[in-house]
Structures are given as C-alpha cells and as structure tokens.
Design a protein around this ligand. Structure first.
Ligand SMILES: C[S@@+](CC[C@H](N)C(=O)[O-])C[C@H]1O[C@@H](n2cnc3c(N)ncnc32)[C@H](O)[C@@H]1O
Length: 277
C-alpha cells in the first residue's frame, strides 16, 4: 500500500525510537538513501507516495532496528567531505581519522616525491585522501584482510588512483621491501576484553581489536620504525595510549614526538620523527 513520505517518516522514526541515538535524523537519512534522493527532495516531497511494503525498505528498517550501521545498509559513507563505498568487509571510517589526514598533510609538501606506506588500509580512505592531496607521492597500502582490500580496491578505482596506490595483502610490513619515507596507520587499538556498543559487532573484529592490551600493533609498528629506519610515522591511537607510546619510545632516539587530539579533546594519535643516523 502506498503511503505519503511524511507518514512513512513518522513510522520509521517511531520504529527506530529507543534503539538509535537520533531516530528522526536516522529515519531521514535511511529514507533519503532508500529513495536515492537528496535532502532537498526529502523536504519538498513529503506528499510523495511510497510503497511502504517494498521488501528492500522493510529489510533496511529491520536491520537498522537490529543496530546494523546505516552505512552498511546504504553501502555509502562520507569521509573528509568525499563519498566512499563501504560494506561489512571494512571498518566504517570515523570522523576522528580526518585528523590523521591533516597531521600527514601538515608534514609533507605537495611537491614531494616520496613513498608512503599505509598499514591497515581498510576501505582505503586514508591513502585515497592523501593521494588526492599529494600528487607526486607513491602509496603502498597493506591489509591483512582480503575483504577489506576488496573494498579499498573498489574505492581506489572509483577515484581513478589505481596507478598510484598499490594494494598488498600482508601482515604489517612483511610484504614491503621498499625503502619507506613515511608510514601511516590507523591500526586496531582496542583491548580484546573491552565492552563495546552493539553496533560495533557488525564491523570486522580484526579492524577493532589490537590485542590483549590493545596497543600491541602500535608497538610493533613503532619497532618497525627503528628496524626499517623509517623517518616519519603518523598513527592513530586510543585516547588512553599516550603514556604507553611515550614509555615504549624512551630507550630510542626521537627527533620529535607530537600528540594530536580529536574534536572531543581526547588524545587520538601521534606524529613521530626520527633521525636514524
Ligand atoms: C582500524 S581499521 C582502519 C581502516 C582504515 N584505514 C580507516 O582508517 O578507516 C584497521 C585495519 O587494519 C587491518 N589489520 C589488522 N591487523 C593487521 C595486520 N597485522 N597487518 C595489516 N593489516 C592489519 C584490519 O584488517 C583493518 O582493515
């Protein structure tokens, strides 16, 4: 039975009430994505007739009620003002990771010809955004998950960057023999036993959990900086991992170590420079 968009909006908002944090906003986003329209259409076509029994619409509402992230239903995610493809094979990009992009861009000039390696490419958002800003930089982007690499490949192709971002399947830097000028990573950094919101259970677990303590992969990457003589490393981390990073680096020579915060003023990452002479 067709019903008006305004009625459907009310019904979907009610269905999501008590489940998601902002039911009205989520209902709007879900319906805009389902209708494949924009917000202007949504506002100006509240009288449009919609088939409320369409199986795809019902499936989306049911899945959202079960806390499946909206991004996995729509296969769309926004990051750094650009739109990317996303599915359950890769972590949904988080707004705080935009700071990591800014930290790297503050340290590399647009005319530099260097090799940047990203560990844990996921959906590809970091390497893609950096490649768009750094036209002469070559990227090698690694992930241990073939499913994540498939998502990254799709996005890299959509942005026409296949010639500049080389994807490799591997564990950390095991598949990279080249000299690395700049290492970037948003690694998994949550402790295995951390209690998390239920919507996170739909995301790839190896994208979230970094080990028993949480910072194990960060420590392994820090070790690689010294073994592989990598001059620069920018890395996202958990809000409570600053002290551990400082402690780990105590025995090593450090040119500079700067921490950056996210919009909520939590420590969110660091930039390390090392002169390996
Ligand atoms: C937190 S997600 C980051 C994804 C993406 N870069 C982003 O910022 O949205 C971490 C990624 O690291 C990958 N990963 C986990 N362990 C790894 C390992 N040992 N070597 C390479 N990649 C790994 C996961 O598959 C996942 O895609």
């Amino acid at each position: 039975m067709p019903c008006r968009l305004s009625e459907l909006y009310t019904d979907v908002t009610a269905a999501l009430g008590g489940i998601v944090e902002f039911p009205r906003r989520e209902a709007e986003l879900l319906l805009i994505a389902y209708l494949q329209k924009d917000q202007l259409y949504f506002i100006t076509h509240q009288d449009a007739l919609i088939d409320e029994n369409d199986p795809k619409l019902i499936e989306w509402i049911e899945k959202r009620k079960a806390n499946v992230p909206l991004e996995y239903l729509t296969n769309r995610v926004s990051f750094y003002s650009r739109e990317f493809y996303i599915d359950e094979g890769a972590l949904i990009p988080r707004p705080e990771t935009e700071h990591l992009i800014d930290e790297v861009l503050a340290r590399v000039s647009t005319d530099e010809v260097i090799t940047v390696v990203e560990v844990g490419v996921g959906s590809g958002i970091i390497s893609i955004m950096l490649a768009l800003h750094l036209p002469y930089t070559r990227f090698i982007a690694v992930d241990i998950s073939p499913r994540a690499l498939a998502v990254a490949r799709r996005n890299i192709e959509a942005f026409g960057l296949s010639a500049r971002i080389e994807l490799r399947e591997g564990n950390l830097l095991s598949c990279v023999d080249e000299k690395i000028d700049f290492l970037v990573s948003n690694p998994p950094y949550i402790a295995h036993d951390a209690s998390l919101e239920s919507n996170l259970s739909y995301e790839p677990q190896n994208a979230l959990f970094g080990g028993t303590v949480g910072d194990e992969i960060i420590q392994r990457l820090l070790a690689e900086v010294y073994v592989r003589k990598i001059p620069s490393f920018v890395c996202e981390m958990g809000y409570d991992q600053r002290q551990k990073v400082q402690e780990y680096l105590k025995p090593f020579a450090v040119q500079s170590l700067e921490f950056y915060k996210d919009l909520a003023s939590f420590d969110r990452g660091f930039s390390l420079k090392v002169n390996h002479e």
